[in-house]
Design a protein around this ligand. Sequence first.
Ligand code: OOG
Ligand code: NI
Length: 270
Amino acid sequence: MNTEDLRNLLDAMWQDYLKINPDARLIHQLFAERNPTLINDHIALRTFDLPKVSIRTIAAPFVDAGYKPRGEYYFPAKKLFAEHFEHPDSTLPKIFISELHVDQLSDSAAEIIHQCVSQIPEDAPAQTGFSYSGRHWALSHDTYLQLLDESEYAAWLCAFGYRPNHFTLLVNALQSHHSIDKVNDFLLQQGFALNSAGGLVKGSPEEFLEQSSTLAKPILVPFSDRNAEIPGCYYEFAQRYPLANGQLYQGFVAASADRIFESTDVKRSN
Ligand code: OOG
Ligand code: NI
């Protein structure tokens, strides 16, 4: 994939994300009005660790377009693993992809997930648009609730399918707000709900990364037996700090990411 096709793909992902995240459009507009340019730090994708749809598969179109794996992150309590990918053109967003260890769930939850994934056409995951192709299976609300009992991540992914989970505003590039605290104050003042798990700001300058995020707003999702409102997507904010070599840290911080995942939780821990 050439860079123009890649930019078209990223734009199509952004349009898909806006469709199910009404807050993102408003927030983007609020910052766009106050800044000459906005930079998207990264896009996050979610998947299962089954070979058909694993990180390796989902990353393939991005790797083909020049992205390289640059970091690995472990979340044992959530049964997740993640990797981030960077493009040599630093104006392009990083891609953060996580995957759920399906065989660590109960047999019944694993069976539901296998059923869902088996309905994806064999050649679909390798295709360029897969990362915003949505749900390839029918799901009842009861089945959704059953998954929710075991894994918020599994329930979210089975309800929404393959689509960007969030985009991320790079705070460093803002002229209007010079710190993540100022960004958070502004968002709260504008009436947005923020994820306060572990504090509004996750991470610290010593870890070279501070992050915050909105709480995913409930949106109406069609299930096979009825429609129900469940948390959709969220928007994230990242402030990066320079390493000893003067370059901004480009990685992620597992302990912070662990709480950022909770921005789509139905059952809040705090
Ligand atoms: C990803 C959560 C982690 C970050 O920037 O640390 C993350 C997700 O919710 O899928 O995005
Ligand atoms: Ni993120």
